[in-house]
Design a protein around this ligand. Structure first.
Ligand code: AOF
Ligand code: ZN
Length: 365
């Protein structure tokens, strides 16, 4: 028989809270995915997670499902991935429910940087609950990285995603890019379903006419908001034919003053006359509460948003094109210019013809 020491036991329950919280990824934005586990005498009494935006917080979900099942949770311990809120938002404060239900100890992975959520840990302590903060903090921050980045900095989490050849080309000399990578396309759709918005340049919208929707996934996922960067406003001439305008909300950043008739009766289009990448990101968070943006190209857009990228998903197909469009061909760097990313994950496709390199900005540790 293997005995786990007490620290490991606590870690195991927090790990479980993180795992169940992941079920909310892609459904709760711009709120964080959060998980909670209630334990007594080493036995799990209940689990809960934040399921959709505006829905119960993880703590409420876990507590109510125990109470509805007639389970006594007084004297128990709760493991929760984010500090319980102490505010009336879409639901009443989680702190009050924890206190009322007689939970005596709470392990919190991360404190909540959102000023509206109040000081939940202190409220619990003042009411006689034992509170421990910081267990598996790094993993829990990674789980809710979109939330932490956007709340702490006022700009969304930015992920760059490209499909390139071995020599770093995203299209051939004729502008063709279908399909540099194919097998790993499911990963792209998962990324789209997790991010709140997908951003592309007008050139990509016109050349490829993408839907930017989520497909190929087993479970139903939410489609992202589509964001188009179109300096001169050329997409409006073709608005009826473009697939991006066939579904959910589209946000266009342009210098053009667009009049209602130019929208040709297409609904759900929002226009901002802002062009600088940093201003675009700030606007997306401030005006639209977008917590995460997946930047899908083309090379001019990749070049502009590289300085703001938190992560890069580089999909590579084993092809060499020589002349063609480079991933970042609009930037000018020199051989001693640092590339501030390190490899986070590496994956080879089944047919061994493609690979994915996930890179993370170094300053994030
Ligand atoms: C928690 N548990 O499961 C979540 C929390 O929009 P509201 O009223 O639901 O409040 C959202 C804020 O509450 C969110 O920004 C974050 O600070 C906190 N989210 N808190 O204790 C949860 N999702
Ligand atoms: Zn709450």
């Amino acid at each position: 028989m293997i005995f786990l020491n007490e620290d490991k036991v606590h870690e195991r329950f927090m790990k479980l809270a993180i795992v169940i919280a992941k079920k909310g990824i892609g459904f709760v934005n711009p709120n964080p995915p959060v998980g909670a586990v209630i334990v007594k005498d080493g036995k799990i009494l209940s689990m809960g997670y934040h399921k959709y935006y505006g829905g119960y917080h993880a703590e409420r979900d876990a507590i109510l499902s125990a109470l509805n099942a007639g389970i006594d949770i007084s004297g128990s311990t709760m493991y929760v991935t984010l500090e319980p809120c102490d505010h009336y938002g879409k639901t009443p404060p989680c702190t009050d429910l924890i206190i009322q239900s007689g939970i005596k100890e709470v392990y919190i992975a991360c404190t909540d940087p959102n000023p509206i959520s109040g000081n939940g840990a202190e409220k619990l302590r003042k009411n006689g609950v034992d509170v421990h903060i910081g267990l598996l903090e790094e993993e829990a921050r990674e789980l809710a990285k979109f939330f932490f980045k956007s709340v702490e900095t006022g700009i969304p989490y930015v992920t760059l995603k490209y499909a390139a050849t071995l020599d770093g080309k995203i299209a051939d000399v004729n502008g063709n890019s279908k399909w540099i990578t194919d097998e790993l396309r499911k990963v792209v759709h998962k990324l789209r379903s997790e991010h709140m918005a997908v951003l592309v340049g007008a050139g990509t919208v016109i050349k490829d006419n993408p839907t930017l929707n989520v497909r190929f996934l087993k479970s139903k996922k939410r489609n992202p908001i589509k964001v188009v960067l179109d300096k001169r406003g050329v997409i409006f001439e073709k608005i009826k034919d473009l697939n991006v305008f066939q579904g959910e909300k589209v946000i266009v950043f342009t210098e053009k003053q667009v009049s209602a008739p130019e929208l040709n009766g297409v609904n759900g289009v929002k226009i901002f006359n802002v062009l600088e990448p940093i201003e675009i990101l700030k606007t997306l968070y401030k005006e639209e509460r977008v917590d995460s943006v997946l930047v899908e190209g083309g090379s001019e857009i990749f070049s502009q948003f590289l300085p703001f990228a938190d992560e890069i998903y580089g999909f590579y197909g084993l092809k060499a094109l020589g002349k063609g469009k480079g991933i970042f061909e609009n930037i000018v760097n020199f051989i001693d210019s640092p590339f501030d990313f390190s490899i986070k994950h590496f994956k080879v496709s089944k047919n061994k013809k493609e690979f994915l390199v996930v890179m993370k900005r170094c300053s994030q540790g």
